[in-house]
Design a protein around this ligand. Structure first.
Ligand SMILES: [Zn+2]
Length: 302
């Protein structure tokens, strides 16, 4: 009940903000010369198609390759005004159903995949059936402790299950003509919680595995859960990646650190209004303003 009320408030709040003209102003003033990067996980094809139509009407969809070429000066052209890049994290098996939409609209999409999970029937540890609260607590633990606790409830990274959760090898091979596949580590650990050895393997082996198994050119990394530190930046750089994506909020200029690129998360069930508001950054501005007001005027009884 509470979540449905929340959803309703979110829906009508976004609708009102969309009608206010503020997202248009933000697009014209803040996003005209900056790259906006959206991040999805699982989204059904009908919703994705609606999202594509909404985005195409307001932005110029660009590929990661275009952005990198402009960054390193190898492109003759600049990026178009209001450039926007669509990224999808993890490589869930449902992503295969997006292929007809991607082909039909000819839109560039980058999917970050875990080399140790795609092409197998292994499961993502964060989809092991544990409650969300437990998953969030596990993210706080040292990597070895996290794995130990997962093993206690029967989860093992390398265990093959009957049902797969990730894209199959055949699906990736079929999609790669239309989709830019990039790296999301081997098993999706929380990198800053790993020791140096494991962090190096997760970042390095993912690139080499994807390149050899699928004949891909892997130049970009998405940090799992958006968690990274200076060590991860250095490892990514040394491994030979050209850039890496966080989930830090904001837009990107050519001066943004290429290993700390910012993204905006869009949930798969976002309405059109929510998509417009979130992609324009207005949602975060309103949320931050509300938090600030709450902080200033919230009187604790103690
Ligand atoms: Zn992920």
């Amino acid at each position: 009940m509470r979540s449905s009320v929340k959803r309703l408030v979110r829906h009508w709040g976004c609708f009102a903000l969309r009608c206010s003209g503020v997202p248009w102003l933000t697009r014209e003033l803040c996003q005209r010369r900056k790259l906006t990067v959206l991040m999805f996980h699982e989204v059904d094809p009908e919703a994705f198609e609606r999202h594509i139509r909404v985005l195409k009407a307001r932005y110029n969809l660009v590929s990661l390759k275009d952005y990198l070429a402009v960054r390193d000066g190898s492109s003759q052209h600049d990026l178009p005004a209001k450039p926007l890049l669509i990224t999808i994290d993890d490589g869930h098996k449902s992503n295969y159903r997006l292929l007809p939409v991607i082909r039909q609209h000819g839109v560039p999409v980058t999917i970050f995949i875990c080399s140790g999970v795609v092409g197998t029937r292994r499961h993502f540890w964060f989809m092991s059936g544990l409650p969300c609260m437990t998953i969030e607590r596990l993210k706080e633990l040292d990597d070895s402790e996290r794995l130990q606790r997962l093993r206690r409830v029967g989860f093992d990274e390398e265990l093959e299950h009957q049902e797969r959760q990730a894209l199959s090898r055949e699906e990736i091979l079929e999609m790669k003509e239309f989709v830019d596949f990039q790296a999301h580590t081997v098993f999706h650990p929380i990198l800053p919680k790993c020791d140096d050895c494991r962090a190096g393997i997760e970042i390095g082996q993912c690139k080499s595995d994807l390149e050899s198994a699928y004949d891909l050119s892997v130049q970009s990394l998405s940090y799992p859960n958006g968690d990274y530190g200076e060590r991860e930046v250095e490892l990514a750089r040394k491994t030979g990646y050209r850039c890496a994506f966080t989930v830090d909020y904001g837009f990107n200029t050519l001066a943004t650190d290429p290993f700390k690129l910012k993204r905006i998360y869009i949930s798969g069930d976002a309405s059109e209004s929510e998509l417009v508001i979130k992609a324009s950054g207005v949602w975060t501005m309103v949320r931050d303003a509300a938090r600030f007001v709450k902080k200033c005027f919230w009187f604790s009884p103690h």
